[in-house]
Design a binder for this molecule. Structure first.
Ligand SMILES: [Cu+2]
Length: 323
């Protein structure tokens, strides 16, 4: 059959039914190929992929499963939208590509009302669904209406953490980690003890600038702000040692503002409380900003606006008065 080319400007060349049939078969073959590739990829899913590359596992706290589900669900929704969008784009490029002998521009489509309504409503629905799930989970994660079993006061400071065990009236004053490349530094970091399967409330504040209390394995972080106390509750449900960090750029040694979290049995927790008491660390550290009092050389240089005159930073960070 001879193909007639329409030479009129602004009209696409007509295609025979044969051409459409072939294109459809080709599209089906591509779809089957893509589905096969997706299946192969999914069947080879590693543990990391199933976790959505999150630094946690379900069951680390009472909230990790909920947070992981929200994270993975959002990515799956984004991927579905992405695959449909990329698919349509590639299909348009291939099906309506310029062919040999084509002249002029193809027919221009505008004011396609159903199409415009569709691409307004679908994104609004997608955003609404994502917002709905996020709001539901956020209100659950930030709920502090239940009575906690223990309360921990956390004070962020440049560049370490103080932990007040409110119920036991003992404290731990943290000293900044010194990452000098030697192994075993983690053991010297301030360590927060938590009893397993107990509801813990964190009361977070800061002594100097804004920090952020972050335990990656808990999939939860919250800012510590001078003069303000933020709260959240969590039930650690797995024993073990987890890493903690500051997640808010807070100065020169922000990256060394590290701590450990030990989730232990109630007996071990009680023993640690007794150890702190025996060490004389009784009372609670307040959040007063009193760095100048403890570091006169630093503060004088700072006041004079001459930061170059500052001596090398001491490994210790200041501690507040014990009330
Ligand atoms: Cu910090």
């Amino acid at each position: 059959m001879t193909r007639h080319r329409d030479e009129t400007v602004g009209r696409p060349p007509l295609r025979s039914h044969e051409g459409f049939g072939k294109a459809r078969r080709r599209a089906r073959a591509v779809a089957v190929g893509l589905a096969g590739a997706a299946l192969l990829t999914l069947s080879g899913c590693t543990d990391a992929v199933q976790r959505g590359w999150l630094p946690s596992t379900e069951g680390t706290t009472n909230q990790t499963e909920r947070i992981m589900d929200l994270w993975r669900g959002s990515w799956i929704a984004a991927l579905v939208v992405g695959v449909i969008t990329w698919g349509l784009m590639i299909w348009c490029m291939v099906a309506y590509r310029r062919r040999k002998g084509d002249t002029g521009v193809p027919a221009q489509v505008r004011y396609h009302l159903p199409l415009e309504i569709m691409y307004t409503i679908i994104p609004i629905m997608a955003v609404g669904v994502l917002f709905g799930y996020t709001a539901r989970d956020q209100s659950e994660i930030l709920d502090t209406s239940k009575k906690p079993d223990i309360t921990i006061g956390v004070v962020g400071k440049q560049w370490a953490w103080d932990f007040n065990y409110t119920n036991s009236d003992v404290y731990e004053a943290g000293v900044m980690g010194e990452l000098d490349g030697k192994r075993g530094v983690e053991k010297e970091l301030p360590t927060l003890y938590l009893p397993v399967n107990k509801r813990v409330q964190f009361d977070l504040t800061a002594r100097d600038v804004i920090h952020s209390f972050w335990v990656p394995a808990f999939l939860m972080k919250m800012d510590t702000v001078p003069g303000i106390t933020n709260h959240f509750q969590v039930i650690p449900t797995r024993t073990g040692t987890f890493k903690g960090k500051c997640a808010e750029l807070c100065g020169e040694y922000h990256s060394e503002m590290l701590f450990n979290v030990k989730v232990v049995s109630q007996a071990e927790y009680d023993q640690h409380m007794a150890d702190l008491e025996a060490a004389g660390q009784t009372g609670q550290l307040d959040d007063d900003l009193n760095r100048s009092e403890h570091a006169p050389a630093d503060s004088k240089a700072e006041e004079a606006g001459n930061s170059d005159a500052l001596p090398a930073p001491a490994p210790e960070t200041t501690t507040a008065e014990v009330k």
